[in-house]
Structure formats: structure tokens, C-alpha cells
Design a protein around this ligand. Structure first.
Ligand code: NAG
Ligand code: NAG
Ligand code: NAG
Length: 205
């Protein structure tokens, strides 16, 4: 709905893309039940490996991502790693998000809105490159019963050679209802703008 209010052109473009990829099989795992979910997709005119490398190039997120303003690889004790270039499953992430996201486009110098900044500490649970092209990170909570949320992202190649990007996060646990009412809309906006700006970043590069 936010797109409708904020940018009719984006809505039209997204609708056309949705038609273009209608029938494309999802490369995300089967959806788990939860209290609510956020999801987005984009069709990107670039080879799958180029999109995959952009998605895993966390040090470049500040240059293009209005939602995840930074994402830093860290040790189990959440100390940033020297090597930020090779994420693997089991490594931890210190994520700085803006919910709702900043207005695109952004670059590394775009100031954050401190009122809408959140830190998130996550574990890379899945990171599978070719031929699977799937990754997932999960919020680290003391108990999953409070908030259980894993963000999945996956890529696949369309018949015409373009790349199909999909993201989904399902939120469950006793805090999920509160999260939905406070940040649910902003999180969905974040998913939408991350998909559209990943597309713009990769296609513009
Ligand atoms: C957390 O969610 C995952 C996937 O949705 C599920 O498999 C797991 O059982 C959940 N854990 C708890 C403690 O609810
Ligand atoms: C892709 O996203 C659009 C909105 O951006 C949505 O309307 C469409 O249903 C999504 N497609 C799939 C297959 O999830
Ligand atoms: C992090 O993810 C890895 C890979 O899936 C898993 O083996 C490990 O148990 C997870 N660690 C935590 C703290 O959840």
C-alpha cells in the first residue's frame, strides 16, 4: 500500500514485473507458519553471479541499501571480523537497519534517522552459492519463544536469462504481534526498497 501512496511509477513497474515472472517457481524454502511475514521480489537484468556477489558484498550496503544501512560480519562474541569479504554460515552479523527505510536513493554519506534506527544481532544459518543461491540469517534472541525470525533471500535465473531475487521473513514468538503493530509496515517497506534498490544498484553498475 505504501508504494501506492509514495510512488505510482514504482507500483506500475512492480506490477509489470510481477506479470513477467508469473509462473516462475520460487527458490525460497517452503514457508513456515508465523504471526506475520514480509516479502519482496525483483527481476534484475544481470547474471545471477553478479547479483549474488552484490547481495553478499556487505561492505557495499551503505552505498545503496536504504533499509540495511550496514551489515558487519562478526565473531561469536560480536567482534567485527578483519575479513569482511567471505561470509560463511555460522558467522554472526551486526546489522544496522532503518525501519521504515530511508528514501532512496542513498549512498554511504546519507545520514541515518536516529529515531528509526535499530540494531540487530543475527546468525548466518544458511549460505549456499551456486547452484543453490540461497542465504538466511536468524535473529539471535535469548529465547526463540520471544521472537523467532529468519530472513531468507534467494536467486534464480529466469528463462530470458535475467535474475529473479526473492526475500522473505516470517516472524513468530510472543513479541511478534507487537512487532507487527509497531514496525510491520516499515519492515515491509524495507523489504520492498531493498529489492528495488538492489536492482537499481546492480543494473546501474
Ligand atoms: C522458529 O521458527 C522455525 C522456522 O519457522 C521453526 O522451525 C522453529 O521450530 C521455531 N522455533 C521455536 C522455538 O519456536
Ligand atoms: C512480487 O512482488 C510483488 C510486489 O512487489 C507482488 O505483487 C507479487 O505477488 C510478488 N510475486 C511473488 C511471486 O511473490
Ligand atoms: C548459527 O548457524 C549455524 C549454521 O546453520 C549453526 O550451526 C549454529 O548452531 C547457529 N548458531 C547459533 C548461535 O544459533
Amino acid at each position: 500500500m505504501w508504494i501506492l501512496q509514495r510512488n505510482r511509477d514504482t507500483l506500475l513497474a512492480t506490477t509489470l514485473l510481477a506479470c513477467a515472472v508469473y509462473g516462475q517457481e520460487s527458490n525460497l524454502p517452503p514457508e513456515e507458519p508465523g504471526v506475520f511475514k514480509t516479502q519482496a521480489n525483483a527481476t534484475i537484468d544481470a547474471p545471477i553471479d553478479v547479483v549474488w556477489n552484490a547481495l553478499l558484498d556487505f561492505p557495499s550496503y551503505p552505498d545503496w541499501n536504504p533499509f540495511v544501512r550496514s551489515q558487519v560480519l562478526a565473531s561469536d562474541l560480536f567482534i567485527p571480523l578483519d575479513d569482511q569479504s567471505n561470509p560463511v554460515a555460522g558467522q554472526k552479523l551486526i546489522i544496522n537497519v532503518q525501519t521504515p527505510p530511508l528514501d532512496p536513493p542513498v549512498d554511504a554519506d546519507t545520514p541515518s534517522d536516529p529515531l528509526h534506527a535499530q540494531m540487530s544481532y543475527e546468525n548466518i544459518t544458511v549460505l549456499e552459492g551456486a547452484p543453490t543461491y540461497r542465504c538466511a540469517w536468524k535473529q539471535i534472541m535469548i529465547v526463540d519463544a520471544l521472537l523467532n525470525a529468519t530472513r531468507w533471500q534467494a536467486l534464480s535465473t529466469l528463462e530470458d536469462g535475467r535474475t529473479y531475487y526473492e526475500a522473505r521473513e516470517v516472524y513468530s514468538g510472543s513479541l511478534a504481534t507487537t512487532l507487527e503493530s509497531t514496525l510491520g509496515e516499515g519492515l515491509q517497506q524495507g523489504f520492498d526498497v531493498q529489492a528495488s534498490e538492489l536492482k537499481a544498484y546492480v543494473e546501474g553498475a
